[in-house]
Write a protein that binds this ligand. Structure first.
Ligand SMILES: [Zn+2]
Length: 96
């Protein structure tokens, strides 16, 4: 069963006053804290000059036709939902 279904069942028990509402509320609270933790911080998008894509902190890759994520109006990582920060590594002096 999905985590959200479990929580929903707990929630129903809590609002109906059956079972152990205190425990259900604690479970919801703990899950809320966990999600907040997970979504805090930023996702760094590092530009890979050689292959012309952006490597994200959360382990994905994104190709932009033109410009930076900011140039394209992107403020959040499309994979993890955190605010995104652009990281453009300094040019390799040997290729400059
Ligand atoms: Zn991300």
């Amino acid at each position: 069963m999905d985590k959200i279904d479990e929580l929903w069942d707990d929630y129903l028990v809590a609002i109906n006053g059956f079972g152990k509402p205190g425990i259900a509320r604690a479970a919801l609270h703990a899950e809320f804290e966990r999600l907040q933790q997970e979504r805090s911080g930023i996702c760094n998008w590092t530009y890979e000059d050689n292959n012309n894509y952006w490597q994200t902190d959360c382990g994905d890759e994104f190709v932009l036709e033109d410009g930076t994520p900011k140039d394209n109006g992107m403020r959040f990582c499309v994979y993890c939902g955190k605010p995104l920060a652009e990281v453009i590594p300094p040019e390799d002096p040997e290729n400059a």
